[in-house]
Design a protein around this ligand. Sequence first.
Ligand code: NAD
Length: 289
Amino acid sequence: MTILLDGKIVRDSVAGELKNKILGLEKKLKLAILQVGNKEESNKYIEQKKLFAEKIGAEVIHVRFSEDVSQEKICAEIQKLNGDASVHGIIVQLPLPETLDKNLIIQNIDPIKDVDGLTSANTKLLWKNEKGHVPATARGILTLLDYYKIEIKGKKVVVVGRSQLVGKPVALSFLNRDAIVIVCHRGTSSIMSETKQADILVVAAGNPEFITKDFVREGQVVVDVGINVKKSEHQSEEILHKKVVGDVNFAEVSPIVSAISPVPGGVGPMTVLSLFQNLLDAYIMIEEK
Ligand code: NAD
């Protein structure tokens, strides 16, 4: 029978331990979220983070800028938060408007408070397999597999997607756990033959349900990172039905493989959990400094 890698169960289980640790801290654990504009998707993700924070006893400050804010103003706010001893983590909700230089803005975050793990200091630590903040999705995937006792060392892991936010950190995280890693992307000509070789297949392409039964074989573990909003076939102008699907065609693939994460309810909840695990790590690093 196929095992469902249920991110909600794992999140709730680990959240209990996280809450106990947070309750034992001297100071309130605090995350600052910087948002530019008022994108519906971003609002939804921020809301999820706020709800989770409330559940585990952490605090979130939400700093919202208008769409036409200057880069200097955002950087000045980050500098202020870097110097604020009551704040342990700072994240910039992505995506930012095209007019802003995302990389330049993120580099302003103190690496210890960079709980999204996106500054070059943290990227370098991940590259060197040294202690730092690993991007939340990558950390979440490993926590999910560990929870289900899925072995990583020595396994062939195929990652589809090589973005800075997901694909590359995921590939490096597996490499750091002694897996054999292959990364596929839009330039890969024979994706199917690569994905079929995997013991663990991680898909982060942003391409709705493109991994069909032809890409997999029996015995594989499939982790679907994709979050794609698909319009319902019954969509009419009056009623908008939106359905969230992954990059994997769950109905086709799940009967074949040995374990699979669903969308929604797989990697998504793990990403939120991992952000707050990073935040707790930041608190400890700040205290130890
Ligand atoms: P991205 O667009 O930055 O990168 C996509 C990558 O996939 C690129 O490297 C591209 O080359 C590759 N790709 C796209 N189509 C492909 C194809 N047909 N064959 C091979 N490679 C292909 O996206 P991203 O930020 O890495 O996000 C990927 C997906 O993961 C999106 O659906 C996003 O919404 C989702 N996501 C989920 C979480 C979560 O917590 N579950 C977190 C972040 C992103």
